[in-house]
Design a protein around this ligand. Structure first.
Ligand code: DGL
Length: 355
């Protein structure tokens, strides 16, 4: 009798524990982590290797297992979409990832999505998702500047913060976000500004806010169109038109522009000096590029500021588009997306003002 009653008590306790675990899990948001590689999945030979390491080594399940604190924030599931260093991602990779994000965002059992990503091209992926994924659920792109094996690795806290933001109701409707170094950045505005510090990502217009110990502190909101407000939809985009970049610098020759223009591209982004200036010997070369039917987008290599239309160059006369405040690599992303819809330069310029 005694053993039977003890057994009944134990069984009852186990049932209670199971019920409370289920209740807790049901109370927590569901966050998907899509892993693509990068340093956040990197591994070095020793803890002292903060800069010498191999990126894209640690699988997503190991990243999640190494961060038990995640289970207090959300029910987390991982999916390894790619395992590459981000400088090697392709347009096809971008389409595959964005379509997966879009499909998951439509699922009622997904409340937020985190994408772990190399920091080199994180800004381009974040902007592409911002333009093409039609959801107001939080989508958070995150990376790290040090590999997980290094002393004072920044990846674990960056990932914890990313899941925390992706699980937050107040992060909805703010466009694609990037969490690095405790800051919450806009996927549109942010760029990698330093290539060797953990405080690497900046936006000239400032971070949207900060995330500290699981709480978001917001200080501004995006004003450019994104996600649900976008006229672009990844579910209707299956290929991206080729768009390339040519930089402006002292002594520049027309060689690169001429070669790129003859390679079948649909648009050429010119990363000019200053306010998008074009060397006098390059102006006729770009006029010919435009005359041959290739869209010319005038951007600037200068990290901050924005290109003023018809200031350094008569854009109306040459039928060129200006990139507004977008740096060449971001202008290229928007040009590719915009060209899936139109090649009318007035429409393209509207799109560059609005996104
Ligand atoms: N190869 C770089 C990349 O995957 C490493 C930089 C990083 O992820 O921080 O973007």
């Amino acid at each position: 009798m005694y053993i039977a009653s003890r057994f009944r008590n134990l069984a009852g306790a186990a049932a209670l524990l199971a019920a409370s675990a289920i209740a807790q899990a049901q109370a927590l948001p569901n966050v998907m982590i899509l892993a693509t590689g990068g340093t956040i999945a990197g591994a070095g030979a020793s803890a002292a290797n903060s800069a010498t390491y191999s990126a894209a080594k640690v699988p997503v399940d190991k990243l999640i297992a190494g961060l038990p604190e995640l289970s207090k924030l959300a029910n987390v599931r991982g999916e390894q979409v790619f395992q590459v260093a981000s400088e090697s991602l392709t347009n096809d990779n971008l389409l595959t990832l964005a379509k997966r994000v879009s499909a998951l965002a439509k699922q009622s059992d997904v409340d937020g999505i985190v994408i772990t990503h190399g920091t080199d091209t994180l800004e381009e992926t974040a902007y592409f998702l911002n333009l093409t994924v039609r959801t107001d659920k939080p989508i958070v792109v995150v990376g790290s500047m040090r590999p997980s094996t290094a002393l004072s690795a920044d990846g674990p806290l960056n990932l914890l913060n990313a899941v925390s933001v992706a699980a937050s109701k107040d992060a909805r409707g703010k466009g694609v976000l990037v969490t690095m170094n405790d800051e919450i950045q806009s996927g549109r505005d942010v760029s990698k500004a330093v290539n060797i510090k953990t405080e690497a990502f900046k936006s000239q217009w400032g971070a949207l806010g900060m995330v500290v110990e699981g709480r978001n502190y917001w200080f501004r909101a995006p004003v450019k169109r994104h996600t649900m407000q976008s006229e672009f939809d990844i579910d209707r985009i299956d290929t991206l038109p080729p768009v390339e970049i040519a930089m402006g610098y002292e002594g520049v020759a027309p060689t690169a522009i001429t070669a790129l223009a003859g390679s079948g591209i649909k648009a050429l982004v010119h990363g000019g000096t200053g306010n998008g200036s074009v060397a006098d010997r390059i102006v006729p070369v770009l006029q010919k590029v435009r005359g041959d039917g290739v869209i010319v987008v005038r951007s600037s290599r200068v990290p901050d500021g924005f290109v003023i239309r018809n200031a350094e160059q008569p854009d109306d006369k040459y039928d060129w588009v200006v990139a507004h405040d977008l740096k060449p690599q971001k202008a290229r992303i928007l040009a590719m997306v915009a060209l899936t819809k139109t090649s009318d330069t007035k429409e393209l310029q509207r799109i560059f003002w609005e996104y």
